[in-house]
Design a protein. Structure first.
Lengths: 180, 110
């Protein structure tokens, strides 16, 4: 017996929004195979995705906020920092639907020009390769300082003894400052 | 125990679960609401409400058997708890009390 299957994109999206134990994924597949249309399936998946995003943006738990202990900070700043759903990885505040925009971009690229993913992959690998080369070059050169001087000369005991008074070397920094 | 009043959708979910009886899960509950309530219901909304009701102890869930019609996925079966039944009765009592004595609602016509 052959069953009607959902489109792969809808199935992938459904896997993001509903776990196997939820019952929702099984129910949707059951209804599809019982005669519901693929358009109906898509509508249900999109609504589930929307509800999941909405639930993430409106946490039900009202815990003690950091503003309770730091009353002088602006509440909007503190709330933003405490709510990871409002922050991007770069640390900037997330505007608008956030994750939905990213998801839309991914869907658009996948539908319109899937070859673009290869370009992204090559760019990522190229960036990693350049980073590795730069890090290795930096290690080979060591820590750079002013030309003609050793980078760690400040901590050289012989040089230090010539410019720092003996009293300062015994742990009296104020006399060192007075001497300068 | 404090009185628990339900939202209209929660009340419909609980009543539909009670009407379906044993083996109630998302699809028949949603179908019951669509047929008796006369409004289309998203399955995700049904599960979101059931999840909330379960967290509040008004329904309990168990996993059924996996079937090929569901792509090898198990059904999540729901049953109303005693607290859930009490909440339905309290909500019914509150609604009936509100309904009674409203002159505009007397008679069969709307």
């Amino acid at each position: 017996m052959t069953y009607r299957e959902p489109s792969w994109l809808a199935a992938v999206l459904l896997r993001f929004v509903a776990s196997e134990e939820d019952g929702l994924a099984g129910d949707l597949v059951e209804e599809l195979r019982a005669g519901r249309s693929r358009a109906w399936f898509w509508r249900q998946v999109v609504r589930a995705a929307w509800m999941t995003l909405w639930a993430k943006r409106t946490p039900s738990q009202t815990v003690v906020r950091l503003t309770d202990s730091t009353p002088f900070d602006r509440p909007d700043r503190t709330f933003g920092l405490l709510d990871p759903a409002l922050m991007q990885l770069s640390g900037r505040r997330l505007r608008g639907p956030g994750g939905a925009g990213l998801l839309g971009t991914i869907l658009l690229i996948t539908l319109v020009l899937p070859q673009a993913w290869f370009l992204l992959l090559f760019s990522l690998l190229g960036g990693i390769a350049i980073a590795v080369v730069l890090v290795r070059q930096g290690r080979d050169r060591g820590i750079s300082g002013p030309p003609g001087r050793q980078p760690l000369a400040l901590f050289d005991p012989h040089q230090t003894s010539s410019i720092v008074p003996a009293s300062a070397r015994r742990g009296r920094p104020m006399e060192l400052l007075a001497g300068v | 125990m404090p009185r628990t009043l339900l939202t209209d959708f929660e009340l419909m979910i609980l009543l539909a679960t009670l009407r379906v009886g044993d083996g109630a899960y998302g699809v028949p509950i949603a179908r019951e609401i669509e047929q008796t309530g006369g409004r289309p219901v998203a399955l995700a909304a049904v599960y979101a409400a059931l999840d909330r009701l379960e967290r509040n102890g008004l329904v309990r869930s168990s996993l059924g058997e996996a079937t090929p019609e569901r792509g090898g996925r198990a059904k999540k079966l729901f049953a109303v708890t005693r607290d859930g039944l009490r909440a339905v009765k309290q909500t019914q009592h509150a609604l009936v009390s509100l309904w009674s004595g409203v002159p505009q609602l007397k008679g069969g016509r709307i």
